[in-house]
Each structure stands twice: as C-alpha cells, then as structure tokens.
Design a protein around this ligand. Structure first.
Ligand code: NOJ
Length: 572
C-alpha cells in the first residue's frame, strides 16, 4: 500500500499536535534536572547489553571460519585508523564463560550478539560446506546464556558478509544475496531455533548500504554514489522479508519465536520549529534514515518523500528511471508486515534545516544531496567520545514516539544505545557514561509513559571492541578491555555499577537513591583503576617469560655447547 501524498503534511500537523499535547506531561524542550522522571518500568521489562561478531570475537581464521568482507577490508592499508583489524579483538571466541559471568554480574535479562555468517558457512553458499566447529561455538554460547537465565537475542547479519559472495556476485548489489541469506538464516533456525526465540535479520542496514556501497568508509568499500546505497537497501529489504516468511511458514509453529530487524536512526529536530521548510526537512531526515527501511516493512513501500525527491532529482539528471528502485505490487504485499518486533539503535540527534542541492546533468547526486537538508549541532551538547555522538537525551523520546505513530505502535526493543570515550583514555570512572545512560534511559521511560510499546533495552556495548573504521580508538564498553595485553582482560567501568542498579530497581526509584548509586559507582571504580594501572607491568612480565626467558635459555645452551666443543678439542 502506497502512502497517500497528503500523508506527508498530515505527519507535520501530527508532529506539532504531538508536541503540544505532550507538553502537558513533559517538557519537550528542556533537559534540566527538574525534568527527570522517577518511577519504574513495566514488570518484565528486559534489560540487556550487546555486541557483534566481528567487533568482539577475534579468531578471524580459526577452526575453519571463512573470510568476511571485514577481514579483507581491515587488512587493506589505509582503511582503518592505525590500520587496526578485528583479527583478535576481545578474543570473545575463547572467552564465552568469562563474558557470561560479566553479564551475570550486571544481572542482565538478555544478551544481544550476532552470528558470523562465514564462521558457519565459509563461502556463504550453504551447499558448499557447513563448518560444524562454528556451530559448536554458538551452541556453547547459547547454552551458557540459557543456563544463566539470560535470553539470547541473535542478529543474523551484523555486517560481516562472506568475502566469496562479495567477489563472486558483488555482495548486496546483487539480488542473488536474497537466496543465499535465506539459506543461511534457515540453517540458524534449524540448529539454534529450539533455544533462540528472538531473531534480528539485519543490524543497521542504513550503514551497510550507505557506508558500505555509497561512501566506501565501511566494507566492502565501494563508492557507487547515487545508486549503490539504494540498490543494496532494496536487496536487503527483500532478503529480510524472505527470511521472515521462511520463519513464519517453516519454523514459527514449533519454535514460537519472533523475527524482527534492527534499524538505526538519529533524531532530526527542525532548527526553527516555526518554519514549515525546516519541519519538512527534519521529517525528511528521519524518513531517509529509519523510514527508508521501516516504511516498506510496515506499509509495503518506500516513504513517499523518498520517491518524490529521488525521482525528481533523477529526472533532472536526465535519467530515464529513478535511482530509487521500485517494488512490484506483489513485492509490496510480500514485504508489508514482515516484522514481529522493531529493533531500534539510537545514539544521537541533529538539528535540521532546509538546504537545496540542485541536481543538474553534471552534478553528482548521492544519498546525502538527495535529501536537500543541512545537519547542525548545538555546541553545548556534550560529546565525550566519537566525533558524531552528541548526548541529546530528549531526541530519543521523540524518535520512539515517531516510531509509534508512523508504524502503528509496534513492539519495540532498543537494540543499541550508549556512548564512547576517546582513544587513549584509560579512565574507568566514566561519570559521563553514567550521565548518558541515566538521561537516555529516563527519556525512554517517558516514551513508555507516552504509550510507546518498548519491551526491552540493550546497552551498547558490553565490552570495548573494534569500532569499524575507527579501529579501537573509540570505547563503547561497560567493561574496559585492555587491548595491549594479549589476554585481553576486562575491567568494570563505574557505569557497570550504575547500570546494574537501574536493572535491579527496574528504573529510578527516587532522587536520593539514584544520587547514591552514582556516588557509590564512582567510589568503587578507583580500585579497578588501580588494577588497570598495574596491567602494563603484568604484560611486561608476560613478555619477559614468553620471549626473554626462552631466548636466554637457548643462548646458554648454545654457549655451553660451544664451550664443551672447545674443551674436547683442547683435550685431543
Ligand atoms: C551502530 C553499529 O551497529 C555498531 O556496530 C557500532 O558499534 C555502533 N553503531 C557505534 O558506532
């Protein structure tokens, strides 16, 4: 079903109405202390933390795993900060028990992780070969989680496409991915579906499409400006729908699980709330982000505004058809409604204003210029870590309300939310992260009060890990990982103590208590800081035992042999 043309303006009116009506309960614009909401989450609300395979597992070439596009991309010089790779990362592949005990310590209800497709199917093509060792690893992880009453939420695709599929077919540029992905998904349902009840087909397809096939900042590094992202997204949406139908017809009956998708989106706030052009530009920003994927999945087709803008610009370029592909009527009805729950990954917000990007024959249009807008930030917004990540908690509540109204109040799991810190920061007293979680989780609580159907929250991430093109320079973890040390030891940051208390209380009981948690969290982190400070010494001692001792031994044996030979000669 196509959105009627008038839907766009109705949405604007709605946004305004929403702002006005909810202003009675909560102040939409302020984020001062007095706007904090004390209370608890609905009973049964699920608290978790997350990770992804390439970012944490390491063991990139162990036990029969095939290459992924990220293995190949990260080994190319100049693609990743300091040419770092995920080769060993957190060594999560070898630390299942350790990591599950960290989750226990946090009292998590769920853990979100992803399966590496080439670890299960090395070439990506199921009929080629299935790697039983890979299956065993995920079996062990799932069983361990369940033994500890932690629900696994499993992502099938967190960006690590088998390299063979990229080389042979062009990866997500090619429609044949739909069937290969479906076969892989069915293998996962067959082997793990008796124990896994929450499946996420794709993580953040926006990033796969835009950064993988349009800007080339991510693997596979293609710069197909103006078409690459739309084409990749088109095939991803079809692949998602196919997998949902497979589950629905073949597995749901006996396994009784749910299949969703995880979409990432920043919130876009009009710079000038009284300017209709800015309001429309901000709406466009969100439609080109979340709407690009959610509208086909919930309503059967791309957002009208994307069809209009990309279509018009394509005509201006002299193209015969739109650079945005279209779905046939059969495809629309096949895709519509293929979502049992919607995963939302959210980190930050932008102010948006209208900005025309005229597209003539000579100009090079791309995803970004197609939107006709400019993004701005408020310099007062805190930005403790990643360059792009400003802490703007109120944007979270608005995005969640947008999801509720646009897609018919679906069941929502927050699949990613968190903040990073800068590179060489070995500070475990992460007060700013406590502040971020406290405020963002509180805005989520307000969204639930607004009627958004949020069932669970996933802090991103459990551990510090490989942060894609940023390498290890950005640390998102609740636990600090010492990457200098071969054993990759984990240390709790102060935010572990704080998050743990939110989980135990299922919310924020009172100002006094929450202040208390914060004080205690910051107190305990100083002892972890001392442990970490001693770590370079430990690594140094390890180096002594591993390199210096054997070298000295070998040298002494050699010298004694020479000395012996010398003695024997003299005797003769
Ligand atoms: C979203 C991605 O899904 C995740 O892998 C990444 O760590 C976060 N963004 C933070 O950049």
């Amino acid at each position: 079903i196509m959105l009627p043309r008038c839907a766009f303006s109705v949405c604007h009116v709605f946004v305004l109405v929403l702002c006005l009506s909810s202003a009675e309960d909560f102040d939409w614009t302020k984020n001062d202390h007095s706007s904090f909401y004390y209370g608890t989450f609905p009973a049964g609300f699920s608290w978790g933390a997350g990770s992804s395979a390439y970012q944490t597992e390491g063991a990139w070439d162990k036990d029969g795993k095939g290459l992924s596009i990220w293995d190949v991309f990260s080994h190319k010089k100049g693609k990743i900060q300091r040419n770092e790779t995920g080769d060993s990362s957190c060594e999560g592949y070898h630390k299942v028990k350790d990591d599950v005990s960290l989750m226990k310590e946090l009292k998590l209800n769920h853990y979100r992780f992803s399966i590496s497709w080439p670890r299960l199917i090395p070439t990506g093509i199921k009929s080629d070969h299935i790697n039983e060792k890979g299956i065993q690893y995920y079996d062990e992880l799932i069983n361990h989680l369940l033994e500890n009453q932690i629900t696994p939420i499993v992502t099938l695709y967190h960006w690590d496409l088998p390299q063979v599929l990229q080389e042979k077919y062009g990866g997500w540029q090619n429609i044949s991915m739909v069937n290969h992905f479906n076969e892989y998904a069915n293998l996962c349902f067959e082997r793990f579906g008796n124990r896994v009840k929450y499946w996420i087909t794709f993580n953040n397809p926006w990033s796969v499409a835009v950064e993988g096939y349009e800007t080339g900042e991510h693997a596979p590094g293609l710069k197909l400006r103006g078409t690459g992202a739309y084409r990749a997204a088109h095939h991803i949406i079809k692949a998602h729908a196919k997998v949902w139908h497979s589950y629905d017809t073949q597995w749901r009956g006996k396994q009784k699980g749910l299949v969703g998708i995880s979409l990432s989106g920043d919130w876009g706030e009009p710079v000038d709330i009284s300017n209709q052009k800015d309001i429309e530009a901000a709406e466009r920003y969100v439609q080109f982000y979340v709407g690009w994927f959610a509208t086909p999945i919930f309503h059967g087709d791309y957002p009208q505004v994307m069809k209009d803008f990309i279509g018009r610009k394509s005509v201006q370029q002299g193209l015969g058809t739109s650079r945005l592909p279209s779905f046939s009527p059969q495809e629309k009805s096949y895709i519509k409604g293929t979502c049992d729950f919607l995963g939302i990954g959210h980190f930050t917000t932008r102010y948006i204003t209208q900005k025309n990007n005229p597209s003539g024959r000579s100009s090079s249009s791309n995803y970004f210029t197609d939107r006709d807008l400019a993004e701005l930030v408020d310099p007062r917004w805190p930005d403790p870590g990643s360059e792009w990540l400003y802490s703007v908690p109120w944007g979270f509540r608005r995005l969640l309300n947008f999801v509720k109204t646009q897609y018919g109040n679906p069941m929502v799991y927050v699949t990613e939310n968190g903040v990073s810190e800068k590179m060489l920061c070995t500070e475990l007293c992460d007060d700013w992260r406590i502040q971020y979680y406290k405020d963002y989780i509180n805005e989520m609580m307000k969204a639930i009060k607004d009627g958004v159907n949020v069932k669970g929250y996933t802090a991103w991430s459990l551990l510090d890990k490989f942060e894609w093109d940023e390498g290890y320079s950005e640390r998102f973890g609740l636990y600090y990982v010492d990457f200098r040390n071969k054993n990759k030891p984990r240390y709790p940051k102060a935010s572990v103590q704080f998050y743990k208390r939110i989980i135990s209380a299922n919310g924020f009981p009172s100002q006094r208590e929450v202040e208390n948690w914060r004080r205690k969290a910051v107190e305990t982190c100083s002892s972890s800081n001392q442990l970490l400070a001693a770590d370079p010494l430990t690594s140094h001692m390890e180096m002594v035992t591993e390199i210096v001792v054997p070298t000295v031994c070998t040298l002494s044996i050699l010298l004694s042999a020479i000395f012996l030979m010398f003695l024997l000669r003299r005797r003769n």
